[in-house]
Design a protein around this ligand. Structure first.
Ligand SMILES: *[C@@H]1O[C@H](CO)[C@@H](O)[C@H](O)[C@H]1NC(C)=O
Ligand SMILES: *[C@@H]1O[C@H](CO)[C@@H](O)[C@H](O)[C@H]1NC(C)=O
Ligand SMILES: *[C@@H]1O[C@H](CO)[C@@H](O)[C@H](O)[C@H]1NC(C)=O
Ligand SMILES: *[C@@H]1O[C@H](CO)[C@@H](O)[C@H](O)[C@H]1NC(C)=O
Ligand SMILES: *[C@@H]1O[C@H](CO)[C@@H](O)[C@H](O)[C@H]1NC(C)=O
Ligand SMILES: *[C@@H]1O[C@H](CO)[C@@H](O)[C@H](O)[C@H]1NC(C)=O
Ligand SMILES: *[C@@H]1O[C@H](CO)[C@@H](O)[C@H](O)[C@H]1NC(C)=O
Ligand SMILES: *[C@@H]1O[C@H](CO)[C@@H](O)[C@H](O)[C@H]1NC(C)=O
Ligand SMILES: *[C@@H]1O[C@H](CO)[C@@H](O)[C@H](O)[C@H]1NC(C)=O
Ligand SMILES: *[C@@H]1O[C@H](CO)[C@@H](O)[C@H](O)[C@H]1NC(C)=O
Ligand SMILES: *[C@@H]1O[C@H](CO)[C@@H](O)[C@H](O)[C@H]1NC(C)=O
Ligand SMILES: *[C@@H]1O[C@H](CO)[C@@H](O)[C@H](O)[C@H]1NC(C)=O
Ligand SMILES: [Zn+2]
Length: 716
């Protein structure tokens, strides 16, 4: 999707790209949200305690909690009556690399302000044992209410603290809490112990509450003073630079090291980060900003972090220049973690990557890998502004940060390889005013629409059929998406809401403003908007014998397309006649146009297509990876069919290298899903050979194996 033409930044094209990204980001955010939601509902993080309310050990507890009692803890969102200001946080993992589980202890002093009088303090806390030590009032000489009881409301992971009287409006209080927990080994969240002796956090979206009690919602921003305690042969990292170290002795006479990090900027809990590791690093200084890349010692010695170090400074500088908002931190650390559960996590000042997304082996890795690393780094750097500095108000607006970071990701890297030169377009002006207005705060999507509208109004090149808010609200407030039908004898486009589950149009009357990117006879046509239920576009009529039309050619719009038989036949003829020219269109088409007849498809030279598919994937990796995993997940017939075809081709000679990294998981998973027991067995045997070296590949294999539809296979 990136702008591949080495120089310049053309307005019309980038406008389309900008819409494209926003739509794509919306789509991805919905999917991500759905997945997270499903996981949280299907016991993804269920642990033993599932009673309605569990008592914790408060020192001043006098009342026995009644299970099932009702109150403000029955709401999914925190009340806004209390607002955190600062967290003083001590974390002490009792680190034993040889044992599968180690424990950690911690203390936190949360300074908060009471905005509305309340006699209940609600905090998030999950999977940790908590002891509330005391509540004091910040103003010396005044007394805080007494803690009556402390209990856990498991439904929404709240720690509930009941007080004997209300907190005073506008007063500031400090709540002292001690806690302890288990550092899970190789789990999907927080404080995980990895191979090579490393502990790292992953807080997004809601794992901070499993590390320390907190107001764990993105809009509750505060500053953090973090102290980490660890054995002296390790290195400790956090969002901010270390400002002090001192020794501490535990009960057994072992001397540990305490590192204190400087106070963070005002930020959300989901980007708090800590790493304790035995890594080494390389570093450079760019515009007064200290950039360090941390990785396994052998990787650093082999020079595998050199590429990342070489590009990070330039990316940071360029993004900063174009956004015209300076980078507020004095250091940026990038850590390469084996088996990290995401390709990258944008924690402010301490960005954590999966090794595959950061380390580059000059002797064995491909240029493609280099591009991937550059994209991931740029995306995470983009988040330092979009997400960290300006944060979405709530997770349903995740795409505010993902969309804008993806825009940065797709705009910068192609330029870095050549000479960096871009005109400051209205996109950047828009982003600049957006960042300037909302730094250190949270935004709702209307804030974005408002700024976007201002930018649109200030220029002449781009014309929209309605206000930004009107257009975008249709996409974000209505469920589902449209299916567009083209009648090529009249040139009429019509839209109906599409029911993805039942795979046909529904009876609802929803309409959308649909941007139509389209192609006639192989050449791209000007962007067209379908503004209402129906519209007639004479230029979309098929008149001559060879005319054919393809809508949503680059699958950039979030909608499906249906043609009449005439146009279908022309498209298929075109495909049979000249597959090479038609290939990219075909592939983009095939995923979303689920109405292609299978008999027609089988006329096409499959061998050719399968080989070409790989070629095409290599050129549009990012887009295809996303499109394919989403499309297959949604059950698009053509996606599943393609995955299964590629899989069957591959399994004849199942080498790790035979499948490109970025589609490996999708192909394996959906290949298994549609495959036979013999195929499952082959993958299982590969897995058994791989499982000891604990690579990504073995995780992918295991993940794929779980996709089998046969219960008796899964029971093995
Ligand atoms: C209970 O609270 C009182 C003040 O209300 C305090 O003096 C006492 O020390 C607390 N008890 C414990 C065990 O902390
Ligand atoms: C919290 O405050 C108490 C009392 O002022 C202090 O002794 C303790 O060290 C503080 N804890 C942290 C984590 O800063
Ligand atoms: C909180 O206080 C503000 C002003 O002090 C008031 O407008 C608002 O209604 C209060 N909210 C609640 C939930 O009591
Ligand atoms: C609540 O506890 C505080 C501190 O112990 C005490 O000063 C106050 O009188 C108590 N209030 C009520 C209503 O009991
Ligand atoms: C901590 O950060 C503040 C604000 O950025 C800075 O003024 C101060 O010098 C830093 N402290 C140390 C010890 O570096
Ligand atoms: C770093 O960048 C410079 C200039 O672009 C280039 O000459 C050098 O080879 C690069 N080094 C590495 C390790 O990528
Ligand atoms: C932002 O732009 C103004 C005017 O062009 C310039 O003076 C200023 O230095 C820029 N600030 C940053 C942080 O780039
Ligand atoms: C990097 O590639 C070279 C050549 O293929 C290989 O010998 C070396 O082991 C690789 N390094 C790592 C850490 O994989
Ligand atoms: C759709 O619109 C028609 C006519 O305007 C109306 O009769 C019908 O009830 C609407 N259907 C729904 C689901 O709103
Ligand atoms: C689809 O993407 C390609 C490559 O990015 C671009 O050249 C082409 O113009 C796009 N097609 C349309 C209809 O915009
Ligand atoms: C296209 O529109 C014409 C005129 O309304 C209609 O007769 C024809 O059936 C339509 N074609 C399809 C495939 O719906
Ligand atoms: C199908 O495509 C492959 C690869 O381009 C080619 O070798 C083969 O001859 C083609 N088969 C037919 C029947 O055209
Ligand atoms: Zn992101």
């Amino acid at each position: 999707m990136g702008n591949k033409s080495g120089s310049g930044f053309y307005l019309s094209k980038s406008t389309v790209a900008f819409f494209t990204l926003l739509f794509a980001a919306l789509f991805i955010a919905f999917t991500v949200f759905a997945v997270l939601y499903l996981r949280s509902r299907t016991g993804f993080c269920n642990f033993a305690e599932e009673e309605e309310s569990d008592k914790v050990k408060p020192l001043n507890c006098t009342v026995v909690p009644t299970p099932g009692r009702q109150g403000i803890w029955d709401h999914y969102r925190l009340p806004t009556s209390l607002v955190p200001i600062n967290y003083q946080l001590v974390l002490w993992p009792r680190f034993h690399p040889e044992s599968p589980e180690s424990t950690f202890t911690g203390d936190v002093n949360i300074t908060f302000q009471c905005k509305n009088a309340t006699d209940v303090i609600l905090l998030h806390s999950e999977q940790i044992e908590v002891t509330v030590v005391e509540l004091v009032r910040f103003e010396i000489g005044t007394e805080a209410p007494q803690i009556l009881e402390v209990w856990r409301s498991s439904l929404y992971s709240y720690l509930v603290i009941n007080l004997n009287e209300t907190l005073t409006e506008n007063s500031i209080y400090v709540l002292r809490i001690s806690f302890s927990g288990v550092v899970p080994k190789l789990n999907y969240h927080l404080l995980s112990v990895y191979t090579d002796c490393i502990i790292t956090t992953q807080m997004e979206p809601t794992y901070a509450r499993t590390v320390f009690p907190c107001f764990d919602e993105p809009s509750f921003k505060a500053t953090f003073d973090i102290h980490l305690i660890y054995l002296p042969n390790y290195v400790a990292l956090s969002n901010m630079p270390a400002i002090n170290t001192s020794p501490i002795s535990d009960g057994d006479g072992v001397i540990w090291k305490v590192t204190t990090f400087n106070t963070t900027l005002k930020m959300s809990t989901y980007i708090v980060a800590c790493v304790i590791c035995e890594f080494s690093h390389i570093e450079m200084i760019e515009h007064g900003n200290e950039i360090r890349i941390w990785a396994r010692k052998s990787a650093i010695e082999n020079g595998e972090a050199d590429y990342a170090l070489n590009i990070t400074g330039a990316i940071l500088r360029h993004v900063m220049d174009y956004l015209n908002v300076s980078y507020p931190l004095t250091k940026t650390e990038l850590v390469a973690v084996p088996e990290f559960p995401a390709s990258g996590m944008e924690n402010w000042g301490l960005i954590i990557f999966h090794e595959d997304s950061l380390l580059f082996n000059y002797s064995s890795d491909t240029k493609e890998k280099r591009r991937l690393i550059c994209s991931v780094i740029t995306h995470e750097i983009g988040h330092q502004w979009f997400g960290n500095l300006v944060t979405m108000n709530w997770w349903n607006q995740l795409w505010l940060k993902e969309g804008l970071s993806s825009y940065i990701e797709n705009t910068f890297p192609p330029k870095l390889e050549t000479e960096m030169f871009m005109t400051i377009t209205w996109h950047f002006l828009f982003m600049q005013s957006y960042l300037q207005d909302f730094s250190y705060t949270n935004v709702k999507q209307d804030d974005l629409w408002h700024h976007w509208q201002k930018a649109i109004d200030s220029q002449n090149e781009v014309k929209l059929p309605a206000s930004v808010k009107t257009i975008m609200d249709k996409w974000t407030m209505q469920t589902g998406y449209p299916i567009i039908t083209l009648n090529t004898s009249t040139g009429t486009l019509s839209q109906e809401p599409f029911d993805a589950k039942r795979r046909h149009a529904t009876s609802a009357n929803n309409t959308w403003y649909v941007p139509i990117e389209w192609i006639k006879n192989g050449s791209a046509q000007p962007l067209t908007w379908l503004k209402s239920k129906e519209g007639t576009f004479p230029e979309m009529k098929i008149t001559s014998e060879n005319d054919w039309i393809l809508l949503n050619a680059n699958i950039t719009g979030y909608y499906r397309v249906q043609y009449d038989a005439l146009n279908w036949n022309r498209i298929i003829n075109q495909l049979i006649k000249d597959p090479e020219v038609f290939l990219s269109l075909f592939i983009s088409g095939i995923l979303f146009l689920s109405h292609l007849h299978v008999e027609e498809f089988n006329k096409v030279n499959n061998t050719f297509i399968i080989h070409s598919v790989f070629h095409f994937f290599f050129n549009t990796r990012d887009q295809m990876q996303r499109v394919m995993s989403v499309a297959c997940w949604l059950g698009f017939h053509e996606c599943l069919q393609m995955a299964s075809k590629i899989f069957r081709e591959w399994i004849k000679n199942p080498t790790k290298e035979g499948l490109p990294l970025f589609i490996r998981e999708v192909i394996l998973s959906y290949g298994i899903e549609s495959g036979s027991f013999q195929e499952w067995e082959i993958i299982w045997n590969i897995f058994l050979k791989q499982k000891d070296n604990k690579s990504d590949y073995s995780d992918e294999l295991l993940f794929a194996l779980s996709f089998s539809k046969e219960p008796w296979i899964l029971n093995r």
